[in-house]
Design a protein around this ligand. Structure first.
Ligand SMILES: [Zn+2]
Length: 226
């Protein structure tokens, strides 16, 4: 502004005549203002707006990335928890609960049968206990048999599914009575019957048998005494 004023003044001074001063631009008319920035062009405005939009877009992208990261972190944590639960389950699978009060009186292996008097495999363990003591499922599973047979008396068989790639089942023999039925799902520690001496038995005890892929195995390797 000051420059324009000076230009205007010097121009009228050079001309030297007041009559010709009317041809000079009026003092208040600004022709050039070199101090002020040039007015933004439409292109400049568009560019500014684009910059702003890109900044917003970048912000949105970042937020979406953060959100997806948080979601993925949550999923990974959930997955890790599921793997831990599965590991715990597998670890727990081979830790069978003690099925009834008492110790193992007669173990798994060859022995002379107390009634039949012949040497044969004692396919299970005998856990001594008073008649009527509760019998619990050693592990969770599905009852595949709950009936009476001449040799096993009142007996229950439970399929525990696959443990270390073997189909594992347990059988509970000589019960006074059983409290579950075929097809029923049981949890580890559920009551399934009571100690008795039904079938080929000389006194009240629980004969616990264990099968790996249908073959008799020593239940003691699965049992954990509290
Ligand atoms: Zn036995």
């Amino acid at each position: 502004m000051l420059l324009a004023v000076l230009i205007g003044v010097s121009a009228s001074l050079e001309q030297g005549h007041t009559a010709q001063a009317a041809d000079a631009p009026p003092l208040n008319q600004v022709v050039v203002d070199s101090d002020a920035p040039p007015a933004p062009t439409v292109e400049d405005l568009i560019e500014d707006r684009l910059d702003q939009l890109q900044a917003v877009a970048a912000e949105v992208d970042q937020q979406q990335f953060d959100a997806s990261l948080a979601k993925r972190e949550k999923a990974v944590r959930k997955n890790a928890a599921a793997i831990k639960a599965e590991l715990d389950r597998l670890k727990n699978l081979k830790r069978f609960a003690w099925p009834t009060k008492g110790r193992i009186g007669s173990g798994f292996g060859m022995r002379k049968h107390p009634i039949l008097r012949t040497t044969r495999l004692h396919n299970g363990v005998d856990i001594g206990g008073a008649c009527g003591n509760a019998i619990y499922a050693t592990q969770s599973g599905t009852v595949t048999r709950a009936n009476f047979s001449r040799s096993a008396g009142n007996n229950v068989r439970i399929n525990h599914g696959s443990i270390e790639n073997k189909k594992v089942e347990t059988a509970y023999l000589h019960m006074t009575k059983y409290t579950v039925s075929t097809g029923q799902d049981v949890a580890k520690g559920d009551l399934i019957g009571y100690v008795g001496t039904t079938g080929l038995s000389t006194a009240c005890h629980l004969h616990l048998a264990l099968y790996e892929n249908g073959r008799g195995a020593d239940p003691a390797q699965y049992l954990v005494k509290d």
